[in-house]
Each structure stands twice: as C-alpha cells, then as structure tokens.
Design a protein around this ligand. Structure first.
Ligand code: HEC
Length: 460
C-alpha cells in the first residue's frame, strides 16, 4: 500500500537539491562577509552548515531513491551521486569543526570555497543528467560550440556538388549529414533516446527500443520516416516539436534512400534517384557545369526522331533545353551523318562519339557547337590534325581522345584554351611521349608506373 512512498520521495529530489545549495552558499557568504568579526556571526554560520548538512542528506537520500526507481544507469549517475554524498559529509564536517574550535579566517575561507566547489560540480553533473550535457552549449553560435568541443548534433546543412553528385555516397554523403544535423543530439551512443543511435549506419540497422526502424524498401512503413511525417503536434513526432525540424526536401531524400534499399555503400548515381530530389541541395554559389544558355526547348518530336535514328538523346536535366547526345548504339555514325545533329547545334553540351566511324574532318563541324562542354572521341580513327579547331568551342571543359592515334604535338594548339580543364589521352602516342610539357589543361595520360614489389623479383 505504501510502496509509492519511496519513489515519490525520490521524485522530490530535483526540489530538495536546492535546499543545501541555499544554506551552504549562505554559510560560505557569511564566512567571507564576517571577516574579523567572525565571533559575532559564529552561531548563524554554524547553523547554516548544520541545516545545509541535513538538507544535503535529504537530497542525497532522495537522489539515491530516484536513481533506484527511475531506471538511470550507474554510469550516468555515479560521479553525481558520490560527489553529493561527499558534499553532505563535508557540510557536517564544517559544522563540527566550527563548533569545536574557532579557526583563523584564512583556512575557514579556503574550506568553504572547497565546499562550494564540490557543491557546484555536483549540481552541474545533476543538471547534465536531466537537461543533457549540451544544455548550455546548445544555444551558443555553432562556431563557439565547435571551439568548446561540444556541438555533437548540429552539422552544416547538407550540400551536394552540382556537377558530380552521382559520385556521392547516398548514406555517408547525404543521409548521415541530415541525421547528424537533426537527430544526433538525442540519438547517439552517449545519449540513446528511445535506445536508438542514429549517428552510425550500424545504429540505424539495429533500431530502437521498439525494434527495427527500417522496413526494407518500404519507406512508408519504416518508423524512421513515419515519425518524421507525423503531424508536428503528435507526441511521437520526430524530432520533438520544440526542436529544429528537417526540411521537407531532406525528408524526401531519406524516403528515397529507404526505397532504394537503405544501403550503406550505394552511390547517389547508382540509386536510380530522380535528380529533382538532389537539386535543392546544390551549392548556391557554385557555377553550373554546363553553360547557362537562353534557348528555346527542342521539340519532343525532334528528340524522338534522334532516338529513332539511333542516337541516345536526353536533356541534361528535367526541363533543360541542353542536350546530351551519345552514339553508343550508333557506331556506324560517320561524318556524312552530321546533318542529323545540325539543327541541335546550339543545344548539344555533351557529345559522345566513342567508337564511331568519324574522321578528323568532322572536327570542323564540331567546332561550331557553341555550348559543347564534354566531347568524347575515344576509339575513333582521328589523328588530331584538326584538333586545333576546338579552340573555337568556347565552353569545352573535358575532351576524351583515349585509344586514338593522336600524338602530343597535336594537343599543343589547345594549350591556353580558356575553358578546357582536362584531356583524357590514355593509350595514345601522346601518352607514350617521354617528355610531357606543361599544358594549361590537365593531361590524363595514364603514365602510371607502380613501384616494384619485393615479390616481383622472386624467381620461383
Ligand atoms: C530532442 C531530442 C530528440 C531529437 C532531436 C530526436 N529525437 Fe527521436 N526520440 C527522442 C526520444 C526522447 C525518443 C523516445 C520516446 C519516443 O519513442 O517517442 C525518441 C524515439 C525515436 C524513435 C523510436 C525509437 C524506438 O524504437 O522506440 C525514432 C524512430 C526516432 N526517435 C527518430 C528520430 C529521428 C529520425 C530524428 C531526427 C530527424 C529524431 N528522432 C530526433 C528524442 C529525440
């Protein structure tokens, strides 16, 4: 019948702790205040420490019961509990000391300062248990938090590179930053709210106190997502209502990740994700990879016709007028077929002619594509005699001439090209040239030589 007494008393702990704080601080203030007139204040000071001691005892007892009844782990409370008991003993010690002998002021001040120190540390540790150890730092500016070594939860908002987002790992590069920023402050190995650690892939897989939080490839039934989609005033909504909420786009991305199988290693480009889900995260100031061109969109008919003719043709992204053309399935494409592409010349930004039957002569046509940014001429019979024509392409950034007969000197006219960043020339005479001059662009020629291993020279 009276089973509730002890837990109830335990729950008074957060209230009772304020009594020793009041009395002991008051006692210490009197000691400093009294100075040489200590004698006049002695009875009050003694009383302050006596009552302080008793209230500290009550606080310790209720604290212990609180710990026993509310499921705190020993690791969480141990220092707080031990220091609380020490503070109690020191208070009685002070009182006993003061009663027995009149101390000289200096040691007395030192002792009371020491007691205040124990009291402060005990109180602080107690506060950490109820409010979390980021209670104070949480409201500081992020820079200052990082400086103080705190900041477990607040990462930077997610940003993805516009030109090679495909290469970013879905979990490590996109999902983890979102969870770190919005969930980690409560769901990490030290602070396992709901027994759930969202700061690592393992933790996510393990789930929380109610079991798994991911349902393979079924986002709508995965508690991880369900919790975020609940109305904000629902008590199960995550993150809790008064905390920073993830953006709608971030939740969409988490959903897409679960639907793609919630794998740890898959890359964004491999996950069949729609680019429109990625775009909101592109860095704002970053220059787009392809030129910004005010062009009318090509008629869908025209694109369909290109496909019928054998080209791979698609817009670089949804609603963009810019076009990617590839001849992977049109290896017979030759110089005389150029007319098929002629009317899209302003729109083509990516042209892959790998393996086709083109010759150097075609470069004169290619030179007039004003927005061409990526040009692939791998495995063609070009020898480079017209490569200098490409100086007319004012947007060209990447040129691929792997597996061709282009020698190094044919690349020289491209030196100083204002936009050209890289030329890929594996398996070419250019790559084999002993001396490689410094061009304004980066020449990827694959002249990699591995250091010999000791085992290479072993004769069996
Ligand atoms: C301010 C602290 C806090 C933040 C931030 C927070 N949570 Fe929680 N979370 C809790 C608490 C407390 C519980 C346990 C109570 C409950 O189940 O509602 C919990 C439980 C959960 C559970 C259920 C675990 C289980 O198995 O019972 C999921 C799933 C969850 N959170 C997801 C998230 C996600 C996702 C985020 C970030 C978008 C997040 N939480 C952010 C405090 C937080």
């Amino acid at each position: 019948m009276i089973n509730f007494i002890l837990p109830l008393f335990g729950r008074f702990h957060p209230i009772l702790v304020h009594l020793p704080i009041g009395f002991l601080v008051f006692g210490a203030i009197l000691i400093f205040w009294a100075g040489k007139k200590y004698g006049a204040y002695a009875p009050v000071i003694q009383l302050a420490f006596l009552v302080g001691g008793f209230s500290a005892l009550l606080a310790s007892m209720s604290g212990f019961l609180h710990y026993q009844n509310e499921g705190y782990s020993w690791d969480t409370v141990k220092f707080h509990l031990i220091l609380g008991i020490l503070t109690t003993l020191l208070s009685f010690g002070m009182w006993y000391h003061l009663k027995k002998s009149v101390l000289s002021p200096i040691p007395l001040k030192l002792q009371s300062a020491g007691l205040l120190f124990f009291l402060t540390v005990t109180g602080h540790l107690g506060g950490n248990i109820t409010h979390g150890d980021d209670y104070f730092t949480e409201v500081l500016p992020p820079g200052l938090q990082a400086f103080l070594g705190g900041n477990t939860g607040n990462g930077e908002p997610l940003e993805l590179p516009a030109d090679n987002w495909e290469e970013v790992e879905f979990y490590a590069g996109a999902i983890k930053p979102i969870l770190d920023r919005n969930c980690k402050s409560c769901h990490n190995p030290k602070k396992l709210k709901g027994e759930l650690d969202l700061s690592s892939f393992k933790g996510i897989q393990k789930g929380g106190e109610d079991g798994m939080i991911l349902k393979a490839e079924n986002a709508e039934e995965s508690p991880l997502l369900i919790r975020m989609l609940l109305p904000e005033d629902h008590e199960d909504h995550m993150p809790p209502r008064d905390k920073r909420q993830p953006r709608k786009e971030e939740i969409e991305l988490i959903k897409a990740w679960i639907e793609s199988g919630a794998s740890e290693k898959v890359k964004l480009g491999e996950s069949a994700i729609n680019e429109s889900l990625i775009e909101p995260f592109f860095k704002k100031r970053e220059r787009p990879f392809y030129p910004i061109a005010e062009l009318p969109k090509l008629a869908q008919d025209f694109i369909s016709k290109l496909r019928e003719q054998g080209f791979f043709a698609e817009a670089v992204k949804k609603d963009s007028p810019l076009l990617k053309i590839s001849c992977v399935n049109f290896q017979a494409f030759s110089d005389s077929d150029w007319h098929m592409l002629q009317s899209a010349k302003d729109h083509i930004v990516y042209l892959d002619l790998t393996g086709t039957a083109i010759t150097d002569i075609l470069l004169e046509q290619i030179a007039i594509l004003p927005n061409l940014t990526v040009l692939k001429l791998n495995k063609t019979s070009i020898e480079g005699s017209s490569l200098e024509k490409l100086t007319e392409n004012k947007s060209l950034k990447l040129l691929y001439i792997n597996n061709t007969k282009v020698p190094l000197d044919k690349l020289t006219p491209l030196d100083g090209h204002p936009t050209l960043e890289k030329v890929f020339a594996f398996e070419t005479p250019a790559a084999d040239s002993a001396s490689s001059p410094q061009f304004s662009f980066h020449l990827e020629a694959g002249s990699l030589s591995l250091p010999p291993l000791a085992s290479d020279t072993i004769v069996y």
